[in-house]
Ligand binder design. Structure first.
Ligand SMILES: *Cc1c(COP(=O)(O)O)cnc(C)c1O
Length: 370
């Protein structure tokens, strides 16, 4: 079965082999040197001055960033399940919250953010996604982060880039916390989150010194010494070192260019066989198709062609399907997925198969990749 869900993503063999070594103890110089390598690799990759790794899924890092960086009032962008989650975190901690809600296919506008900021001078942090995975939507986070900092440089900008980190080069000059998760483009098993931090965020974390398990001050104190406050997810960090080595060897540019070409070529191929891309601005991490027959399509993809793609949640349940582009993906595998979608349309009696999807995909892919 080909796993083509936008998280978890399949773990490649070279990383599974690295993680297949006997378990090592986390309070050893052996592990500390691996941890140091992971820290350095991540700092280089994210281009941020500080980085933390936590033993939690992505949501743990989201919670830690909200509690550590917001003291007064949070502005949260909600265009889907993950944007909604920041709001739920604020409510769970009794943090005053303002939400900007949009349809799941619609990116937040810079104007709407500025308007809320002007009306609420007590907002001290904003949260948003780069890619809102619920609908595969790309928010213009770079532009928004810049406008926020120009308005008030003290506002902490918290960016959930869980489905963008390792997908595209991320502009971080106006970002204070950049959140990632192991099970997306890093192709690691679920269970570790990553936070890139600005110098200002580090200061704020030290001032606030809040929480226990997710106390980022405690983590910072330990992680600058290449150890962790609690037992580290040692095996995942060993896998991360293997990933970072591959990422450096391949070169970030090549890695990102291949993801981009796969994503754009897939979108075009899907449109070429009459399918509709759901978000108004698609993120590169996934191709999201709006179709009332999504559930039938997913069943055929799985049972007839051995392809597992994701469906939708809540109001999009049964209405969309999502094809992953994160991580290292063999061209023959994504080409097969594109082909399988076209074959499925014929089985559903929607469109006669003529190989058009694959033709468009390959033409477009090689045109982009050059
Ligand atoms: C996957 C994902 C998360 C994290 O979810 P966890 O299940 O806690 O790992 C957060 N934000 C986005 C945009 C995601 O795609």
């Amino acid at each position: 079965m080909l796993l083509f869900t936008p998280g978890p993503t399949p773990t490649p063999e070279f990383m599974r082999m690295a993680m297949g070594e006997p378990t090592i103890h986390h309070r050893t110089s052996e592990f500390e040197s691996l941890f140091a390598k992971a820290r350095e690799g991540l700092k280089q990759m994210l281009k941020m001055p500080e980085v933390l790794m936590l033993a939690s899924s992505g949501s743990g890092a989201m919670e830690a960033c909200v509690t550590s960086l917001c003291a007064k009032k949070l502005l949260s962008v909600n265009s889907g399940k993950f944007g909604e989650r920041f709001g739920k975190i604020a409510k769970a901690f009794n943090i005053p919250l303002i939400e900007i809600k949009n349809e799941w296919d619609t990116p937040v506008s810079v104007e709407s953010i500025l308007e809320v900021l002007k009306e609420n001078p007590d907002i001290d942090a904003i949260c948003m996604q780069v890619c809102e995975s619920a609908g595969g939507l790309r928010h213009p986070y770079e532009e928004i982060a810049k406008v926020i900092k120009a308005h008030n440089s003290k506002i902490m900008v918290i960016i959930d880039s869980i489905t963008a980190m390792g997908v595209e080069p991320l502009e971080v000059s106006c970002v204070d916390a950049l959140i990632g998760g192991s099970q997306k483009a890093f192709m690691l098993p679920p269970g570790m989150s990553i936070i890139g931090l600005s110098d200002e965020a580090v200061k704020k974390i030290e001032e606030r010194n809040i929480g226990f398990y997710f106390n980022l001050k405690t983590e910072l104190k330990n992680q600058v010494k290449n150890t962790t406050a609690w037992t580290a997810p040692t095996t995942i960090i060993i896998g991360l070192c293997a990933f970072l080595q591959k990422f450096q060897e391949k070169g970030a540019e090549t890695f990102y260019a291949q993801t981009r070409a796969r994503s754009l070529a897939t979108n075009e191929a899907m449109e070429g066989i009459g399918l509709k891309i759901y978000p108004k601005v698609p993120a590169l991490a996934m191709t999201t198709i709006f179709n009332e027959l999504s559930e039938d399509l997913r069943k055929i993809l799985k049972n007839n062609f051995g392809v597992n793609v994701a469906g939708g949640q809540d109001n999009l349940k049964g209405k969309i399907f999502r094809i992953n582009h994160m991580g290292l993906i063999a061209l023959n595998e994504i080409a097969w997925v594109v082909n399988a979608v076209e074959l499925s349309l014929e089985i559903l009696g929607i469109r006669k198969f003529d190989g058009r999807a694959n033709q468009i995909f390959l033409e477009k892919y090689y045109k982009i990749i050059g």
